[in-house]
Design a protein around this ligand. Structure first.
Ligand SMILES: Cc1cc2nc3c(=O)[nH]c(=O)nc-3n(C[C@H](O)[C@H](O)[C@H](O)COP(=O)(O)OP(=O)(O)OC[C@H]3O[C@@H](n4cnc5c(N)ncnc54)[C@H](O)[C@@H]3O)c2cc1C
Ligand SMILES: *[C@@H]1O[C@H](CO)[C@@H](O)[C@H](O)[C@H]1NC(C)=O
Ligand SMILES: *[C@@H]1O[C@H](CO)[C@@H](O)[C@H](O)[C@H]1NC(C)=O
Ligand SMILES: *[C@@H]1O[C@H](CO)[C@@H](O)[C@H](O)[C@H]1NC(C)=O
Length: 530
């Protein structure tokens, strides 16, 4: 009896253990199974020419802003356009219940996580090396490039044919897909329009994984939508960039003003003249003696401190920056032209600085500064940038308050100010602009000291930015953010204004599950609220 009972006991015990083991095993099996049909593993079943990586993806959770860090589940390093199409189609086919999203990542030089995908797939566009750059020379020259190509590489290749793109950003270590998703504005935009005005054709992978070629003649709605479209409609895999003959050298000029009205009057005169410079920008210096000297020696190392009576200590100065392209065989004519153009301006006469650099040195000038900052560990710090587009009719009201009151110095980084003419923009693109025909780009390009809680700390700079934005709202200046960032869809609606309906309609047409560019935080995966 005892034996039996023990036996039974042992038996039940065994049974229990057995069934427990079975339960456990099936539980594990279910888990395995789950994670197999689950997202990361389902990605491993996709056959790509490049590869997916599921570990060491921290780089994809970082950007130039250094404030947002969202780790993706996987990074695709594509070798072909079809790698990108297959991946997006796979996510599309998982349907609205899957939370998986896809972000193209160019050079990751966004400020607020725009190229990140929390728990999603990041596509590392720089590994897309197809098509190889293909040049069309002749009357209407252009080049076909990969959407992941850096502008610096396009410049260097084009110059081998004596050609160059026409419109730039101040910094060239950015990708074609990244800048075309915004606009690409620099000192050439007054004449050629932004980079999005200088593209003939795109190849795009939509949110359904379809590969579509588009231009003003073919699929024009997708084409204009993608330009300035914040990555919302498709991933740019190829772009046809307009080119022109390149000059070899650049005369690079800076002059100072003490009066904002005189400064902007000259800027506006320059951007509307027939005969003018090739590049027109400007910057504000508030109480910056140190910077002024630094700036001069960085601008022209040979010109060491010969004129230190120019100080902005306790006051505000306005620096007009100009450039004229030329070839050495035309130096005499160039000098005459420059002299004639300068004679019409009203800057402080003793402040004229002029230097001569190669075309590449001029365009790649910010990279030279980057190398120095990298050496001092000052490149990978938080960059709480704020970029505003201000209608010309409101620029003085803006300047009075912001440069005269809110901003007490410009020691946290350069503040750029220059006008552009809207007539060079296609009004069907997704780019959002203020009302006036001429508007100013005002760029607060701050860097924060990561260890500081003071004037140069992140919190302080962010609160200054907030004050500036709040002032623009309250004073109803009709200002639009460039490289915009908002937390709620209501704010996005307000940003787009009359363009919101078109923006939303296009989203529904080309990325109906809201798979693409989740880091912009405009739409939520699976829920398009129309
Ligand atoms: C030092 C510096 C200087 C700058 N100067 C200028 C300037 O003078 N003028 C100006 O206009 N801007 C300027 N910018 C801003 C810059 O144009 C944008 O931040 C741009 O998005 C950066 O390009 P990226 O390749 O790093 O893009 P990322 O940061 O990688 O991506 C930006 C957005 O575009 C999407 N995206 C990326 N690639 C693609 C693609 N192939 N197809 C579709 N969507 C894509 C991403 O998902 C993300 O939403 C500057 C930025 C820095 C850091
Ligand atoms: C802007 O361009 C339009 C159209 O070319 C022109 O009529 C206008 O004078 C320009 N304005 C300025 C300030 O350059
Ligand atoms: C300007 O800067 C100097 C030194 O950096 C400082 O002592 C002074 O208070 C500043 N002036 C204003 C008006 O902020
Ligand atoms: C865009 O410009 C064209 C031509 O200038 C004009 O006819 C059209 O109404 C404009 N469209 C929008 C949306 O502003």
């Amino acid at each position: 009896m005892r034996f039996l009972s023990v036996n039974i006991f042992q038996h039940t015990n065994l049974l229990f253990i057995r069934s427990f083991m079975i339960m456990l095993l099936s539980f594990i099996a279910i888990q395995l199974n789950l994670s197999f049909s689950n997202i990361p593993s389902s990605l491993t079943t996709i056959d790509v020419d490049g590869h997916f990586s599921f570990t060491n993806n921290e780089f994809a959770a970082k950007d130039y802003g250094n404030q947002y860090q969202f780790l993706p589940l996987a990074v695709l390093h594509p070798k072909s356009v079809s790698d990108i199409a297959i991946t997006v189609r796979h996510v599309w086919e998982l349907g609205p219940s899957s939370e998986l999203t896809v972000a193209a990542r160019g050079h990751g030089h966004s400020i607020q996580g725009q190229a990140q995908a929390h728990g999603g797939v990041v596509i590392n566009m720089e590994s897309l090396k197809t098509p190889k750059m293909r040049f069309q020379i002749g009357d209407v020259p252009y080049v076909d490039v990969s959407g992941g190509e850096l502008w610096i590489n396009i410049l260097l290749e084009s110059l081998k044919y004596g050609l160059t793109p026409k419109s730039w950003t101040d910094y060239l270590h950015l990708t074609v897909g990244g800048t075309l998703s915004n606009a690409g504005i620099s000192g050439q935009a007054f004449r050629h329009g932004p980079q999005i005005s200088n593209v003939h054709q795109l190849e795009v992978v939509t949110g359904k994984g379809e590969v579509v070629t588009c231009s003003l003649q073919q699929n024009a709605d997708l084409f204009t939508g993608v330009l300035g479209g914040l990555g919302q409609y498709g991933i740019i895999t190829r772009a046809r960039i307009s080119l022109e003959p390149a000059a070899q050298m650049v005369k690079w000029i800076r002059v100072l003003y003490s009066d904002f009205s005189t400064f902007t009057r000259d800027q506006e005169q320059l951007i509307s003249s027939e005969k003018t410079f090739d590049y027109i920008e400007g910057l504000i210096l508030v109480n910056r003696t140190g910077l002024l000297n630094n700036w001069r020696s960085s601008f022209n190392p040979k010109d060491d401190d010969q004129d230190s009576q120019i100080k902005s200590e306790g006051r505000t100065l306005f620096c007009l920056e100009l450039a004229k392209n030329f070839n050495p065989d035309k130096i005499i004519e160039t000098n005459e032209e420059i002299e004639s153009m300068l004679s019409k301006l009203n800057y402080i006469p003793s402040t004229l600085f002029m230097t001569e650099v190669s075309y590449v040195e001029f365009l790649d000038r910010v990279h030279a500064a980057e190398v120095k900052l990298q050496e001092n560990g000052l490149w990978d710090v938080p960059h709480p940038w704020l970029n505003l587009l201000i209608p010309r009719s409101k620029i003085h009201k803006f300047a009075d308050e912001v440069f005269g009151n809110i901003l007490v110095d410009t020691s946290n980084g350069p503040v750029l100010v220059y006008p552009v003419n809207k007539s060079k923009w296609n009004n069907m693109t997704s780019a959002v602009l203020p009302e006036d025909n001429v508007f100013y780009l005002v760029a607060f390009l701050s860097q924060a000291n990561p260890l500081s809680t003071g004037k140069d700390g992140l919190e302080h700079i962010l609160s200054l930015n907030k004050r500036i934005v709040a002032f623009c709202e309250e004073a109803r200046l009709g200002v639009k953010q460039y490289l915009p960032h908002y937390a709620t869809q209501d704010e996005w609606r307000a940003h787009f204004g009359q363009q919101w309906e078109t923006f939303q309609r296009r989203k529904f047409a080309y990325d109906p599950l809201a798979i693409l560019a989740p880091g912009q935080r405009i739409f939520q995966k699976g829920v398009l609220d129309l």
